[in-house]
Design a protein around this ligand. Structure first.
Ligand code: 9MR
Ligand code: ZN
Length: 550
């Protein structure tokens, strides 16, 4: 994977050299293990690095997978548990290399979690922590309030959102919440995980990384409790390193979504950090309380639209019902105050999903807050929330059973950032098991990771730096201009989008391409190959579950 120019700017989609699709990182010894072929085949073998056959099996015809547009065959080798490094061979085809080992995901897990550090804003990345990806300090100027240019505020810190250098409150709150819930559900995993980041002390590294975002989110709150929707330059920066982006920063209008989401994640965090740092926990709680006061004073939805002179991310939403539900559920979980319980119930009179956990639909996070809270709870509500997770897990299970690739995604799910939907579905499997205290859906959760790491019809591992055939040219500014061949590792690509909507993707993806194949590892394709913090964060959660041995 070398590149002579910066990034993949070719005029064609690179085809996978492999037609036997495996999780290119590998499998845990006791897990279900399936490889998928898109050509007729009966017998397959597993060979080790010396070429010695270690296992023989029969592939089964699955049939036509309409999302992939292929007739697929599955090779199940679940009963092969011997630790080692292998390839699968069938006819004259060979798979990418993969491992079978107990701690097989440690490396990719580290990379996916460490990715947040690489996206830090308002500081430089030191060579000690960032190695060859170190760079200078970025975005430290004060930001002008868009509607009141006399006012300049310090809102430094947090993570760059994505391939661009914007910082958006709803997106950041959602990503931080995924990480905090990962910690809350699987603490033993994260207490052990060392990320080689600057923070020292007792705080688990994941929490130290989240704190970096939380400090920024708190700065985005106005005195009256309202939270600015975003801080960005007026236009997206060209492809330059972050420290070279010196355009003025603006704080755009307050929205009710940003106010609710920021408050919600601060309430969640307040409870988690309490035992590590009571002063920090208190500030988080005060931020959350101020958000609630502002929401009380502003009961109507206040959305967000870019002003005409701004082209950075909009993150508009159609309503704020799930956002309000989320903050009240978190506040009730934190305080036990019945006033929040009442508000939460009132927010529930609106229609929204109680399992969704993306940045526009947060009902699942609110439900989770309630289900995990140590306060007095209403049995009917507990049952309702639990039931929603279980029913959604059952539904997704049958979707996955109907997919040749074991993928819990329907045709309409292959939109911008489809890999986030995939991973959020993985989270539903994990949460359902967590609530049931069993492993009913573990193989289904693992199957979503398998898809992400290579069991998919493009053959790509959608995580940079991981897998023999991996994406390496995502729409990510520093990666494109840092002059380093190998992309910053651990970045989850947005993945296939059946309605490609950027000029490069429109040119590269022929009309009629099956949804799962609407992908190109091309830097220009922001609608199918960008990276974002909230596409990485559900992957951290899913890996937390899969690596949890409790
Ligand atoms: O992730 C967002 C996706 O769901 C939307 O369809 C898309 C178009 O509005 O915007 C995406 O968000 C982008 C954001 O606006 C700016 N930073 C990069 C995000 C990922 O592409
Ligand atoms: Zn920056």
């Amino acid at each position: 994977m070398s590149r002579t120019n910066y990034g993949n700017e070719t005029e064609t989609v690179t085809k996978s050299p492999f037609r036997i699709f495996v999780n290119q990182i590998g499998y845990c010894p006791d897990s279900k293990k399936t490889a998928v072929m898109n050509f007729p085949c009966e017998n397959f073998q597993i060979i080790d690095r010396k070429g010695t056959c270690r296992y023989q099996g029969k592939a089964m015809r699955f049939g036509y997978d309409k999302n992939a547009g292929d007739t697929v065959y599955q090779a199940d080798f679940s009963d092969f548990c011997k630790k080692g490094t292998y390839r699968i061979v069938a006819l004259d085809e060979t798979s990418a290399e993969f491992c079978i080992a107990e701690s097989v995901y440690d490396g990719v897990f580290f990379d996916i979690t460490k990715a947040f550090y690489y996206l830090r804003c308002g500081c430089g990345l030191d060579e000690k922590y960032a190695g060859i990806y170190s760079h200078g300090t970025c975005h430290t100027s004060r930001a002008f309030v868009y509607d009141d240019r006399q006012t300049e505020l310090d809102v430094t810190g947090g993570w760059h959102d994505a391939g661009d250098y914007g910082r958006y409150v709803t997106a950041g709150s959602c990503a931080a919440a995924h990480l905090l819930y990962a910690y809350k559900l699987f603490p033993t995993v994260f207490k052990k995980q060392k990320l080689n980041i600057p923070e020292e002390g007792d705080l688990p590294d994941l929490l130290a990384e989240c704190r970096y975002e939380l400090e920024f989110l708190m700065k985005m709150q106005r005195e009256d409790g309202g939270v600015y929707h975003k801080v960005t330059t007026m236009r997206h920066a060209p492809f330059i390193m972050p420290e070279d982006d010196r355009e003025p920063l603006y704080l755009f209008a307050v929205s009710s979504m940003a106010t609710a989401d920021c408050g919600a994640v601060c309430a969640l965090a307040s409870g988690i950090y309490e035992k590590y740092d009571s002063e920090f926990s208190k500030r988080l709680r005060q931020t959350a309380e101020k958000s609630c006061r502002w929401l009380d004073n502003n009961p109507a939805f206040i959305g967000f639209q870019n002003p005409d002179d701004c082209n950075t991310g909009e993150y508009g939403e159609e309503d704020d019902a799930s956002n309000r539900f989320w903050i009240y559920a978190e506040m009730y979980a934190l305080t036990g105050d019945p006033a929040y319980h009442d508000r939460m119930k009132k927010a529930l009179t609106n229609e929204f999903s109680l399992t969704a956990m993306g940045y526009t639909q947060l009902g699942g996070l609110g439900a989770l807050a309630y289900l995990l809270c140590g306060q007095k709870t209403d049995q009917a509500l507990t049952n309702r929330f639990t039931d929603h997770f279980h029913r959604e897990a059952e539904r997704l299970k049958s979707v996955a059973d109907n997919s040749g690739y074991g993928c819990a995604m329907e045709e309409q799910n292959f939109t911008w950032g489809s890999n986030m939907t995939l991973l959020a579905h993985g989270m539903v499997f994990a949460i359902s098991d967590y609530l049931n205290r069993d492993c009913t859906y573990k193989n289904y959760a693992a199957a979503q990771l398998n898809y992400l790491l290579g069991v998919n019809p493009t053959g790509y591992s959608y995580v940079t730096g991981n897998g023999e055939f991996r994406c390496n040219y995502p729409h990510l500014r520093p990666a494109h201009v840092d002059g380093i061949d190998e992309c910053i590792p651990g970045m989850v690509s947005g993945g296939p989008n059946r309605t490609p909507c950027d000029p490069d993707a429109e040119r590269l993806i022929p009309k009629g391409t099956p949804p799962m194949k609407c992908y190109a590892d091309h830097v220009g394709c922001y609608s199918l190959n960008e990276i974002t913090i909230y596409w990485n964060s559900p992957a951290v959660f899913l890996l937390g579950y899969l690596c949890c041995k409790d």
